[in-house]
Design a protein. Structure first.
Length: 81
């Protein structure tokens, strides 16, 4: 019984100390800049789901806007027709 109580107390101490140690290593929100958290316009990817005949699953194709314009002459930001 004594071993059980010792093991329970040790696990309780470890469980309460783990969040305190993790909190100290996390970066604060004030240190991150808005530019770093927002994706840049030239690297933002646009995904289009394409349907294949004979398949029930849609295939997802993701490219940047520049890649869509150069490869397929397709503008992902244009309104649908």
């Amino acid at each position: 019984m004594r071993k059980f109580i010792t093991a329970a107390a040790a696990s309780l101490i470890i469980a309460t100390a783990a969040p305190a140690m993790a909190r100290d290593t996390a970066p604060s929100a004030s240190t991150q800049s808005d530019e770093a958290s927002a994706p840049k316009a030239d690297t933002k990817r646009y995904c289009v789901a394409t349907k294949t005949t004979g398949s029930r699953l849609a295939k997802k194709l993701c490219k940047t806007r520049a890649e869509w314009m150069s490869d397929d002459n397709f503008d992902p930001l244009a309104p649908e027709r």
